[in-house]
Design a protein around this ligand. Structure first.
Ligand code: NAD
Ligand code: ZN
Length: 369
């Protein structure tokens, strides 16, 4: 087990490292202090924004590890759950940052899952026009996806992630030991995104997952660390090529997501976890690709077997095609027109495919019921 892996995210003057280890936050010769000093050397005041569910565990551990790196650390606890990505919670955070004496040289440290990372990241992006921040992800989804890439934001009552900004962290600190307390369902759901990286741009990683999925499910430290590291590498590569989703490259990260979004809306938010919906969405997308003659049946078979071995759902009995199509099309007029999807042609490669006939999309959804 390599004690610590560093993956650079190359974004010019906004570059930063992702540091991955297991138990390294608590370790005697703690790397957090030195990485913190390297990336945020002049900071003296930190504000840790932490999910209540992990404040006694990851929160305490991070606070102890940074003792000495900062003169003062204020702690703001935020309630768990998607509901915290709200205007009210953000406004409350801004006021608490003010009360804590936060200024342009302060550092925000986000400790929690994607909810806390998105919320605290957006608070950091906006308070006094921008504070430096550190991501300390504590869910598998946050480790492999949301903590890397700089997307921050909150929800509106009318829809998810509608207000936000691109704001890159200065450091992503991953301690896979934090996963030990994560409920099984949340952990498995995160594996949906992990497998996605194998399909979209890393065939070797797909093979690795194929061979080690049992150990990963058992949360054995070494394969978990490998899976997180390979996923972060994949995300870092894609983000470095297209930081702000302008060239279209970053869109490949949305493999399975057009279907997944429609499933989440159709089911009602919170009924299905995101990675579960992504798993079913990837199955729909692979079936669509097969039907369009873009890939062979072996791709669908291999993806099916891996998702199944990861204990992820492959079908959704309640899928309502007539409810899902308008969500995917966003514009109701497209209902009878054509749609655009990220589709695989082989394991490790996807393309953005436009002009997909709605009839084929309906067939792919119905095949996964
Ligand atoms: P989450 O933050 O709600 O965490 C899931 C649950 O696990 C919560 O109940 C939380 O309290 C609990 N939890 C967190 N860490 C734990 C731990 N170590 N032990 C025990 N319990 C723990 O959800 P998530 O799945 O991490 O993230 C979902 C959010 O991420 C969504 O809001 C989504 O929009 C966002 N997201 C953002 C990006 C991005 O690029 N910014 C990408 C994907 C998803
Ligand atoms: Zn996703």
């Amino acid at each position: 087990l390599e004690s610590q892996l560093t993956i650079p995210v190359d974004l010019g003057d906004r570059s930063y490292p992702i540091v991955i280890g297991s138990g390294h936050t608590a370790a005697e010769n703690d790397g957090l202090k030195s990485h913190f000093a390297q990336t945020l050397g002049d900071a003296s005041h930190g504000v840790m924004i932490v999910d209540k569910a992990v404040s006694q565990t990851a929160g305490t551990s991070i606070q102890a590890a940074l003792n000495g790196s900062l003169d003062r650390i204020d702690v703001i606890e935020v309630a768990s759950g998607e509901g915290s990505k709200s205007i009210d919670q953000l406004a409350s955070l801004w006021n608490q940052l003010l009360e804590a004496g936060t200024d342009r040289r302060s550092v925000v440290i986000a400790v929690g899952g994607g909810v806390i990372g998105d919320l605290a990241g957006f608070a950091a992006a906006t308070f006094t026009r921008g504070l430096r921040f550190v991501q300390v992800p504590t869910t598998l989804l946050a480790m492999v996806d949301s903590s890397v890439g700089g997307k921050t934001g909150i929800n509106l009552p009318g829809g998810k992630n509608l207000v936000g900004s691109f704001w890159q962290p200065h450091l992503v600190w991953i301690d896979t030991d934090f996963l030990n307390t994560l409920p099984d369902r949340e952990y498995i759901s995160g594996l949906g995104e992990v497998i996605k990286y194998g399909v979209i741009e890393d065939a070797d990683f797909f093979d690795y997952l194929d061979q080690n999925i049992e150990a990963i499910i058992q949360r054995q430290p070494e394969p978990v660390q490998q899976a997180v590291a390979k996923s972060c590498q994949s995300k870092a590569r894609v983000v470095a090529e297209d930081e702000r989703e302008t060239t279209g490259r970053r869109a490949i990260l949305n493999y399975g997501h057009t279907f997944a979004h429609a499933i989440e809306v159709n089911a009602g938010y919170g009924v299905m976890l995101h990675g579960e919906a992504v798993s079913i969405g990837m199955q729909m997308a692979a079936r669509l690709a097969l039907d369009l003659g873009l890939c062979d049946s072996q791709l669908l078979d291999r993806q099916t077997r891996l998702l199944e071995a990861a204990q992820l759902p492959l079908t959704w009995a309640d899928a309502d095609v007539d409810a899902m199509i308008p969500v995917m099309a966003r514009d109701k007029k497209v209902e009878h027109g054509k749609l655009r999807f990220v589709l695989p042609d082989r394991i490790g490669h996807v393309d953005l495919v436009g002009d997909v006939p709605v009839e084929k999309v309906r067939t792919a959804i119905n095949a996964c019921r």
